[in-house]
Design a protein around this ligand. Structure first.
Ligand code: ADP
Ligand code: ZN
Length: 346
């Protein structure tokens, strides 16, 4: 499947990577730099860029994990581009997960006011979510505090990268996949529910089908609201709780795991506020997947953190709440109502 539009050209199909050479040729860049992290670089860089016949590309490796998303990394990369005489007609390719994609997109958007940029996401999370939509950023006095919206020229989503992905990182992505079902597509939710065992085995047909569907949904949402002023906010389902949980755990709880807990919390609030009835369906699926549905972190702490966060306003918290599977609303809920609903792990 090839999607095209203001989000760039997105190729998501089996063996999508075979399109890399022609995509680069089409742009005809003066130089190509591939940014990757140490893990992905080791496993995939040679494999892809040498075999495909793009021999003149340069490689820039960053530290794996969240610490790679720093001003220091951006600064080193800017310097390399300047010293290497890169221009606005050069191409910077991100080969990696969300960390690589975010910092690379940020640098590509700011170097000489923007050079060509491409994404080759290698984690499930990046493939179904963060690589699509043009958001980028670095951590600076807080997570994602500095960044831009900048669309890549092309994005290649190839599920074969998932084969080497550690189990935890795989589960991290499944949380976002389940999220799409709840916010946008009832049929898709129950399809995942029926096929969860096969998906967990990374069976390639089912994985392909699911990744394609998620990319399609994300594109549909982002195209309607590129700068996150309306519809796109539904993608934050489970994230207001999730971000607080991540932060309070000092980021020891991974994003997808925190979102999983956050989705259950949002569902429970929805049970009261919107009359949502499928909390158990959601919980059951997350449990079957192997994702957490509760945390030891006290709900008082979580709500306090949410109120501190930019999404809270005068004791009210803006939440994305399901009405039924596949349909959500955005609502302001009193802080006390959230607390009362969720205390005692209710
Ligand atoms: P996310 O997309 O969840 O933000 P990160 O960019 O933090 O993910 O990557 C998570 C971890 O997985 C990092 O340690 C990274 O090096 C590693 N990783 C990314 N893609 C692959 C892959 N295809 N195979 C093996 N490890 C990978
Ligand atoms: Zn997320």
């Amino acid at each position: 499947m090839i999607l095209e539009g203001k989000i760039g050209r997105i190729i998501v199909e089996e063996n999508a990577i075979q399109h890399l050479k022609e995509e680069v040729k089409r742009l005809n860049p003066s130089k190509v730099c591939v940014v990757t992290d140490k893990n992905v670089g080791k496993i995939w860089f040679e494999n892809i860029f040498k075999e495909i016949g793009l021999k003149e590309v340069e490689k820039f490796e960053i530290d794996a994990g969240e610490k790679g998303k720093s001003l220091n990394t951006a600064s080193r990369l800017w310097k390399k581009l300047i010293e290497g005489k890169y221009t606005r007609k050069s191409l910077i390719i991100a080969l990696g997960g969300g960390v690589v994609g975010d910092v690379t997109g940020f640098v590509a958007s700011t170097f000489m006011r923007g050079t060509y940029f491409a994404q080759i996401p290698t984690t499930l999370l990046a493939q179904v979510d963060s690589s699509i939509g043009g958001k980028n950023g670095i951590n600076f006095h807080g997570k994602n505090m500095i960044g831009t919206f900048y669309q890549p020229s092309f994005t290649i989503v190839d599920t074969k990268f998932i084969e080497t992905l550690p189990e935890n990182e795989f589960l991290n992505g499944i949380a976002e996949i389940i999220k799409y079902g709840i916010i946008f597509d009832r049929k898709f939710f129950y399809f995942i529910k029926e096929n969860i065992e096969t998906l967990k085995k990374k069976e390639s047909d089912i994985l392909q089908k699911i990744v394609e569907k998620c990319v399609e949904m994300k594109v549909e949402i982002v195209v309607k609201d590129e700068r996150e002023e309306g519809l796109r906010r539904i993608l934050n389902f489970g994230h207001t709780f999730g971000h607080a949980i991540e932060k309070l755990s000092n980021y020891r709880i991974k994003h997808g795991f925190a979102v999983s807990i956050g989705m259950v919390m949002a569902c429970k609030v929805a049970e009261k506020v919107t009359g949502f009835k499928q909390v158990n369906d959601v919980k059951e699926l997350l449990e079957k997947t192997g994702l957490p549905t509760s945390t030891k972190i006290h709900i008082d702490k979580i709500v306090e953190e949410m109120v501190r966060d930019k999404k809270a306003w005068y004791g009210k918290i803006v939440l994305i709440l399901p009405q039924e599977i596949g349909k959500v609303t955005i609502q302001e809920v009193e802080k006390d109502e959230v607390l009362n609903t969720l205390k005692d792990g209710a």
